[in-house]
Design a binder for this molecule. Structure first.
Ligand SMILES: [Zn+2]
Length: 66
């Protein structure tokens, strides 16, 4: 299922209530403020803070879980 980018207009980060960026390649919604990436599961964004992937400045450490 393809994520409907029109949803972007109504979606907000659950943490800061800010706008999210759509990462088409990763199929994630990004909050730059919190540095969190929310997965999109079969077209449905998973806007849960504890499900979000934490972004790092250096992409090479992105897969390391703390
Ligand atoms: Zn946020």
């Amino acid at each position: 299922m393809i994520f409907d980018t029109k949803l972007m207009e109504i979606l907000a980060c659950p943490v800061c209530k800010g706008k999210l960026d759509y990462d088409k390649a990763q199929q994630e919604l990004i909050c730059k403020f919190d540095k969190l990436a929310y997965a999109i599961d079969r077209g449905i964004p998973v806007l849960l803070e504890n499900e979000a992937r934490r972004l790092t400045v250096d992409n090479e450490t992105a897969e390391q879980e703390s």
